[in-house]
Design a protein around this ligand. Sequence first.
Ligand code: F6P
Length: 343
Amino acid sequence: MIKRVAVLTGGGDCPGINSVIRAIARKALKENYKVIGIKNGWKGLIENTTIPLDLDSVSGILPKGGTILGTSRTNPYKNEADLKKAKGNFKALKIDALIAIGGEDTLGVASKLYKDGFKVVGVPKTIDNDLSATDRTFGFDTAVNIATEAIDRIHTTAESHHRVMVVEVMGRHSGWIGLEAGIAGGADAILIPEFPIDIKEVCGLIKKRHGRGKNFSIVVVAEGAKFKEGSEILQEERLDAFGHVRLGGIGQILGDEIEKITGFETRVTVLGHIQRGGSPTAFDRVLGTRYGVKAMELVLEEKFGQMASLQGDKIVSVPLERAVGTLKTVPKEFYDIATTFFG
Ligand code: F6P
């Protein structure tokens, strides 16, 4: 009997997803599996919208951003009727396994489905790099490179106009993008959720820097950063299906405060979804490819409830449950390296 594997992508799109889909399909087809793409994440499983994936459909997608399968932030565990449909369709598809490519939310659903008796395997995707149990999620490297290039470009205006330039980056409740892009871009202050903002200290650093003749500064702030005794700044309070608020806006508030306190002209740039768009870096294409092949190997070995994971330079597998339990945040030792260059 011909075996069948299905693939879906959930949550925010992310550079490198197509390299994972391609790797899963190529490995599966080589093993004589039929490959089915489920459209638009868990929404597609609820609605039973699928497409066959063959050699042609995954050809030429390696350098493309986004996901050829589409995505959604649908949570089938949000209501009983959707869950019943999703589970019914899972069985009706007669698949031997489902590979879910996603972050904390998508893999959280995958983990629950596994506990409910379904054969599921996961691949860690997110520009935020906040998934536990893996050293790197794919997509993060591209986001850091995009943000670094943006900081480099902003540097020239900062220098020419003698301004403070605030750059707001994504990352939700973790500061990985801010930290790494900030270090790579030579930021004069990096403010991330893990270490609350002391505005007096930040302004002091900028003034000190200007005092030694540097009449411009670059401040990188992560969207989830908050002032001491303050809370996260939201674009809207409405929660998505997984209970998340929409973050954003800290950059402008911070910029206004810096200008008010220091008297230096300050401008704000919010990088937003640019960080998730376009072609993946070579690193993410390779990591995505390794994850995809590993996920299919896990299916062949019938190691369900597992996620492909990067540990050092090896691709291994870890229980899905471990990946979604707690967020991976920036440790103090790493942040301390960045602070060496503040001011
Ligand atoms: O998780 C990836 C991410 O880009 C976060 O950094 C950001 O907070 C969120 O998704 C934005 O989501 P949306 O595209 O739904 O606005």
